[in-house]
Write a protein that binds this ligand. Structure first.
Ligand code: DX5
Ligand code: ZN
Length: 218
């Protein structure tokens, strides 16, 4: 099996030392940026200027997770800002296929996201068209929440759906992933793991990225 990809979430970084923290994760596979609008999620976080600032500061590909109502209206801003991967929630997108086409037309990779309460079958009509499916393993809004166990079964379900359709698909898992559960998450079929508090809450974020990758690689 290929090496698991690690995407540290800057939600848990030290914002007053973001440059230092980006430097510390220069060995990561993606920088995960949580865009929250205070409507789709209770919390309010980063916007397009943060994405631009990360683009200037790092060569690591940017994985922009849009937790906003009506991403149809704002997806182009994040593409212009330099996102390499953009994921939109199926619970929020009005026209998911149109958004995915727009992302691809800009030369970026596209993904759709499911909240813990949304069943895997919601992917039925879009699976073939995306590069990645992001499965939330916590209800979105905050870092440091605990992993919802039912996600393991959902990861396997999406992995089987992709296999049945002969679709080459990345599965990313976001929320409560740490050294304690990364092996099980990857064994169920995940290719990319997001880790916020696990990486930035550790004394040595660079080492934690390497450790998660090692633990997650069979
Ligand atoms: C939650 C965000 C996550 C969050 C993960 O709404 O989408 O990306 O940063 O944080 P941890 O890894 O601490 O659960
Ligand atoms: Zn996220």
């Amino acid at each position: 099996a290929p090496v698991v990809r690690v995407a540290p979430s800057i939600l848990s970084a030290d914002l007053l030392n973001l440059g230092r923290d980006l430097e510390a994760i220069s060995g990561a596979d993606f920088i995960h940026i949580d865009v929250m609008d205070g409507h789709f999620t209770p919390n309010l976080t980063f916007g397009v200027d943060t994405v631009k600032a990360c683009k200037r500061a790092s060569t690591v590909p940017l994985d922009v997770h849009m937790m906003v109502t009506n991403p149809d209206e704002s997806v182009s801003w994040y593409l212009d800002a330099g996102a390499d991967m953009v994921t939109v929630h199926l619970e929020a997108a009005r026209h998911p296929h149109r958004i995915v086409s727009e992302i691809h037309a800009a030369g970026a990779q596209a993904g759709v996201v499911l909240n813990p309460g949304t069943p895997a079958c919601a992917l039925d009509s879009i699976l073939e068209d995306v590069d990645m499916v992001l499965l939330m393993s916590v209800d979105p809004g905050f870092g440091g929440q605990s992993f919802i166990e039912g996600t393991i079964r959902k990861i396997s379900q999406v992995r089987s759906m992709a296999r049945e359709r002969g679709k080459d698909l990345l599965i990313e898992v976001d929320g409560g992933v740490s050294a304690a559960n990364v092996e099980r998450v990857v064994a169920a079929g995940a290719d990319v793991i997001v880790a916020g508090s696990a990486v930035f809450g550790s004394a040595d974020p660079a080492r934690e990225v390497a450790r998660l990758r090692e633990l997650g690689t069979p």
